[in-house]
Every structure is written in structure tokens, then in C-alpha cells.
Design a protein around this ligand. Sequence first.
Ligand code: PMT
Length: 226
Amino acid sequence: NPDTVFTGKKFLITAGPTQEAIDPVRYISNHSSGRMGISLAERAAEKGAKVTLVLGPTALKPKPHPNIETISVVTALEMFNATKTHHTESQVVIFCAAVADYRSEKPSDQKIKKKENALNISLIKNPDIAKTLGENKKQGQVHVGFALETDEGLGSAERKLNEKNFDFVVLNSLLDPEAGFQKNTNQVTILSKGKKKIKTPVLTKDKLATQILDRIASILENQKYN
Ligand code: PMT
């Protein structure tokens, strides 16, 4: 029954950006507001799921709900640790965060003084949270990813679907004016292994969250018969 399939199920959702310090004053980050991931957390909680929301630094917070526990983090490494800790116990994991792929190799303790000419900052790679946990996906666990692209993005999204071992990936492209960061709306293409891709119309992030959850519900329902 789609109305009870989430009751008591543990969800783990990453959302928002991460911030990587350059010095005590400056950081590397991106435009994620957390809205998409927060919508997913709120709608899943309303449907009875027990949600752990690992949330990067955002102005937005979920509406308080007894089924939502929010863990606030700043950096990708913090997000990675919090997500790892809750991974095994979770049946559904949604990777909605816009994780900074790089961090400063050696953040300065002091504000970096303005130089005569160019300033070079050495960046090193952050762990890929979705990929690492995808390699440790448990039997019956459902992993859902996002892909944010600036072109049509179908090829990249398909590669992410496979490399990160997602059950399905939600592609949003900044080519679509109502899609992506900050806005109340999104427009996405959903890609699943071996299934036809579907492009949604422009939807509110709340409505899209419900559609994503319906898709997860049908995966969970199907598991019962396998
Ligand atoms: O927060 P909003 O303002 O509402 O905006 C929503 C959103 C645009 C942030 C969201 O819809 C979205 O697309 N989130 C994923 C953004 C992203 O970083 O995509 P990506 O293509 O770089 O990453 C692919 C997948 O790997 C994502 O599931 C991402 O969470 C995950 N990832 C990426 C890098 C990394 N180091 N660790 C990860 O887990």
C-alpha cells in the first residue's frame, strides 16, 4: 500500500551545499539553498518515514516534525562522516546535496593578505559520498542520486547513475529556466537502469519530492515480490 510503505522506514537525505574554508574569512561553495532536499525530507516524514537529514549550511530549515532529525554540517568531510554513520541503518538514501568536489589543501589560519598579483590556492579532491556509499550498498537499500548539469546532461547523468550505483538519478539542468538552485520549482529528467527516461514538466519542489517518493515506494513494493 503506497500510503503505508514508508511507515517506520529509515531515510537518510543529504541536502544543501558544503563550504570549504580558504581562510577564516573566505570559502568555496555553491548556490544550493537546501530547498529540494528539505522538501524530500518533509514529504517523507509526513508519509511516516524516520528521516535523518544531513544538511549543509543553509538559511532554510525543515518545518519541525517528530520524524525528522537534522544534522547540520559545514564541510564535505563532515557531511561524509555524518552520512557514513547513518548509512547502514537506512533503507532509503537520497543524495540531494551539492557537495563541493574540492577543498583547499591547506586552509590558512590567518586571513590571506592581498597580493601584488595573482593568488594560487591548491585544491584537493573531497570524497565522493554517493560513490563511496554506493560501493557499500546493502541488499534492499535504495539509493537515489541527483545530477546537476549546465548542458542537456543526459550522458553525464547516465554515467553518474552507473558509477555511483544509484537506483535512479534525477537530472536537473540549468538550461531549463525553472530548474536547479534556490527556486521553488524544478524540472527534471529521471533516469533508471534499463528503463525509459522521463522528463517532468515544471513542478514545485514539493510536488517533485512527492513524485520521487512515489517512485521509491514502487521500488520498495516490488522488492516484496522478489
Ligand atoms: O538546494 P536547492 O537550491 O533546492 O537546489 C537543488 C539542487 C540543484 C542542489 C539539487 O536538485 C541537485 O541537483 N543536487 C545535486 C547537485 C550536485 O552536486 O550534483 P552532481 O552532479 O555534482 O553530483 C552527482 C551526485 O553525487 C549527487 O547526488 C551528489 O549529491 C553526489 N555527490 C557529488 C559529489 C560528492 N563529493 N559527493 C556526492 O555525494
